[in-house]
Design a protein around this ligand. Sequence first.
Ligand SMILES: Nc1ncnc2c1ncn2[C@@H]1O[C@H](COP(=O)(O)OP(=O)(O)O)[C@@H](O)[C@H]1O
Ligand SMILES: [Mg+2]
Length: 259
Amino acid sequence: MATTICFANQKGGVAKTTSCVNTAFALAEAGRRVLVVDMDPQTNATQGLGVQTSEGHPTVIDLLRALAKDRPEDPAAAVVAAGPVDVLPGSVELFGSDSEFTDLGKEHMLSEVLAPLRASYDYVLIDTPPNLGWNVVNALTATDLVVIPSSPTYWSNEAIVKLQRTIATVRRYSNPRIEVAGVLVTDAEQRTTSAKANIGLVQRIADKCGIEAFDVVIPHAVAVRDSVDAGRPLLARSPLSKPAIAYRMFAEEIERKVA
Ligand SMILES: Nc1ncnc2c1ncn2[C@@H]1O[C@H](COP(=O)(O)OP(=O)(O)O)[C@@H](O)[C@H]1O
Ligand SMILES: [Mg+2]
């Protein structure tokens, strides 16, 4: 049965998508069966894995709509292979989900959609958009663990505290098994004293919130942006770059946590 891990932080540009996609690749390299679920209407994870869904191919929004009509569809039919991992593609139409899905039990819809897939994977990794709306609440309700990617800036504090409140609400009302796996410091410049101080700051914020910070810190490197421009995960394009090696170490930390 898959362990589900949601990458969440309502702040944009903190490497949620980068972390989700490359952790997926790292886990697949280690021989795990991995599914990436893209709950962001910007569909960066889908695109970052080089997947272009053709007109007519079902995406996660079609599965959610079918469920809303009480006619659930087989989610496996929407899954696309992207090299060593599988993807349940996202859709720009997820932009409207806050107003589209309003029935009782609406927080549980993604969890229900994913249920038939859980037996086929070791890990289901969910990428989320930078807000705390329906898409994120559904991802949090469907997940076992939350990873909070956080780039080391002064403003990380507010985001982590607010997300932790949302997770507490989700635990109370829709997903009692949810656990925060930890804060992952990403895109970290380590050259200047102030940059190093910010890494320490994020680690202290996590500590104050009673959340662990992962041992591994993902370093900043231009190779990451280059891989986005090339539409390929960093682990495929620059497998020996420092952040690629760090994401492999992160995947090992995750596996130790799950074991
Ligand atoms: N370790 C890193 N080094 C350099 N650039 C990075 C790194 N991690 C992320 N980025 C860049 O930061 C931007 C935001 O990353 P992304 O994963 O899209 O964040 P989010 O999904 O949280 O919005 C992207 O342009 C990405 O290429
Ligand atoms: Mg993203």
